[in-house]
Design a protein around this ligand. Structure first.
Ligand code: GLN
Length: 456
């Protein structure tokens, strides 16, 4: 892995920081020693993990892709990172992202643009583009990302890997740099469903440092991973799968739709019953998401004042110090979000925007509830297109936001969702992967993993 990482990284730029090889090898040798002495090593013993750079690590910088946190070293590990290490994992480095998770391509990183391993002229998706590209190119075994509106799932689809967004509260957010706290979740990327399930097992659970983390019991996810030799020909008999009709309409690539239909008929072959479900509020989730996410981010990002963390641009007046530090430290997309969020929360506009967006959120939650009473899981494309060219949407924020239509509703409802590769589309000189999304009821990751494992 280290050798491949060294050779591929100049082309991909998935990592913002890579652990020195001798430090990684030293940890691996320590694990070998413990195995030889019959000491306990966790299920992730020696597994190389890439961690998105908005997740705190005490021994590596954690910049969230922003200049305002350049060289910032947190004094602690995020709970998810702490748990990975306790399970034997070795953190190989910090992966690139759109600044603070705001974006869909990694082009909004203050440091570098990551390339898609399937076609270096295309984006890997985002904001966890570095985490997805790294797994796709086998620079590491698995990775952590974060998903506020699709940032684990859309890059998984663009890079042809598995991406799991857990239920809100399943994984502690302690040490995750806050973007929109009511939507943020740490998620896992891997090259198989089993890999993401094993990582989920390691990072799940209540944490006294995150009051929104859940006390819900954690099932043994690995018990779902039955080898295919032991399964009968219709292993998913009786499971009801609903295809969300509104996700197969205008604006979605015909190739993406036919890949989704292919996935549905594969599920049918495995014994599922497939039906269409209608989700009338589907398209209004997108504007509601952008209002809520921007509003929460404008408040969360108020802490970057040049005094408490990160870069300071000195000035004689305190207010100028704040102003200069923020003006110089934040990138264009982040400033845009802060402006939109501050506007939506202003007196006089609050009722028209924020309050209505909250009402839409309730509507979306109700629609999912109704659809998931009739179905075990719902399926949709993971994104309306395959990976597009670097630069293609960079200067058109609305076109980029529109690409999040498939994923944002799931965050508004706090539900778990799994993205799985389901085919390839010819994209000029290259073949590009397509993924589809499977959405489950709250805290029912087990069912998603079971179906996903059998599907692949
Ligand atoms: N692309 C979405 C946004 O920019 C989602 C990002 C995310 O999930 N972090 O807000």
């Amino acid at each position: 892995f280290l050798d491949r990482l060294r050779r591929t990284e100049p082309h991909l730029k998935s990592f913002l920081y890579i652990s020195p090889a001798d430090a990684v090898l030293k940890q691996a040798e320590e694990i070998d020693r413990r195995i030889q002495n019959n000491e306990e090593v966790g299920p992730l013993a020696g597994v190389l993990v890439g961690v998105k750079d908005n997740i705190c690590t005490s021994d590596m910088p954690s910049t969230a892709g922003s200049k305002i946190l350049e060289n910032y070293r947190p004094p602690y590990d995020a709970t998810a990172v702490k748990k990975l290490r306790e399970n034997g994992a070795i953190i190989v480095g910090k992966t690139n992202l759109d600044e603070f998770g705001m974006g869909s391509t990694t082009e909004a990183s203050a440091y570098q643009v990551t390339a898609n391993p399937w076609d270096l002229s295309r984006v890997p998706g985002g904001s966890s583009g570095g985490s997805a590209a790294a797994v796709s190119a086998r620079q590491c075994v698995v990775s952590l990302g974060s998903d506020t509106g699709g940032s684990v799932r859309q890059p998984a689809s663009f890079c042809g890997v598995v991406g799991l967004k857990p239920t809100y509260g399943r994984v502690s957010r302690y040490g995750l740099v806050a973007y929109a706290s009511s939507l943020d979740v740490i998620g896992c990327l891997g090259s198989s469903v089993a890999d993401t399930g094993i990582v989920l097992q390691a990072v799940s659970g209540h944490d006294k440092f995150d009051a929104t983390s859940s006390k819900q019991g954690i099932p043994d996810f690995a018990s779902q991973f039955i080898p295919s030799d032991y399964l009968d020909s219709k292993p998913l008999n009786g499971l009801r799968v609903g295809v969300i009709r509104e996700t197969l309409e205008d604006g979605v690539d015909p190739d993406v739709i036919s890949s989704l239909q292919g996935a549905a008929s594969h599920l049918e072959d495995l014994g599922c019953t497939i039906s269409e479900v209608s989700f009338p509020s589907f398209s209004v989730g997108l504007p509601a998401y952008y209002i809520l996410a921007s509003s929460e981010s404008s408040s969360n990002l108020a802490r970057y004042d040049g005094v408490r963390y990160g870069n300071q641009i000195f000035a004689d007046e305190l207010s100028s110090l704040y102003g200069h530090s923020r003006a110089g430290g934040f990138g264009t997309e982040v400033k845009l979000r802060i402006l939109m969020g501050t506007y939506a929360l202003s007196a006089g506009y609050y009722d028209a925007y924020y309050k209505r967006a909250q009402q839409v959120r309730t509507l979306v939650q109700k629609s999912f509830k109704a659809a998931l009473e009739e179905n075990d899981v719902l399926i949709s494309p993971a994104a309306p297109s395959v990976a597009y060219r670097i630069g293609e949407k960079k200067n058109d924020p609305l076109a980029m936001y529109a690409g999040d239509i498939m994923t944002v509703n799931v965050n508004l409802a706090g539900l778990p969702a799994l993205v799985l590769p389901c085919g390839f589309v010819e994209g000029g000189s290259s073949s590009l992967p397509v993924g589809f999304q499977m959405i489950g009821s709250a805290f029912d990751e087990e069912k998603l993993l079971k179906i996903g494992h059998i599907f692949e």
